[in-house]
Design a protein around this ligand. Structure first.
Ligand code: HEM
Length: 162
């Protein structure tokens, strides 16, 4: 059923146009890569704050507050351009192991961030902590960092093979 759906997406006039266009496909792919700076490039600083590598004297709430809007915009553009790229190559990508693994890691990274948000909102004490954050936030930072490194590596693997 999913493969049929991919075939339909692949055959649609708009995705065929994107696939065959000399300029649009590379343009969308470039936007996908450029959005990396605003998405993963910014979340990286939150991860580094949590694992204790950077910005140690700034409360995490201040770091997150400063980055949130451009970071979410970056992830929005990443998702939009990613879905466009997927649609234009749905049949090739459906069985691709690196692509599937990338989506899986994206899901883990998303859930990790949501779980942290939820915990912080219900009994939060990370936002205003001076210096080191509690252990669970440190773990969330490591999980996030490793997931994003994996997503980027798998993205390149999907596009160019090994
Ligand atoms: C923040 C999340 C994401 C990151 C960090 C990411 C990263 C990357 C990277 C580094 C590439 C290689 C591009 C290149 O070197 O030219 C890539 C390609 C690709 N991404 Fe993403 N991506 C993300 C989200 C998504 C999403 C949500 C989708 C779709 C559901 C997606 C679909 C694709 C596709 C289809 C390609 C391959 C294009 C081709 O075959 O040339 N990406 N991604």
């Amino acid at each position: 059923v999913l493969l049929e759906l991919c075939q339909r997406i692949y055959d649609a006039s708009w995705s065929t146009a994107l696939r065959e266009s000399q300029y649009m496909f590379p343009l969308v792919e470039s936007l996908h890569v450029l959005s990396l700076g605003a998405s993963v490039g910014l979340v990286l600083w939150i991860d580094l704050r949590f694992i204790g590598v950077a910005l140690g004297r700034r409360p995490p709430g201040v770091v997150i507050g400063a980055l949130r809007v451009p970071m979410l915009a970056g992830f929005g553009l990443m998702a939009l351009t990613g879905v466009m790229l997927f649609c234009s190559e749905a049949v090739r990508l459906y069985p691709s192991v690196p692509f599937r693994t990338k989506l899986l890691l994206l899901g883990v990274a998303g859930l990790n961030a949501l779980a942290f948000e939820w915990r912080e909102r219900t009994r939060g004490r990370v936002a205003s902590s001076a210096g080191a954050v509690p252990g669970y936030a440190r773990t969330a930072g490591w999980v996030s960092l490793l997931c994003w490194i994996g997503v980027i590596a798998l993205g390149r693997w999907t596009a160019y093979g090994l």
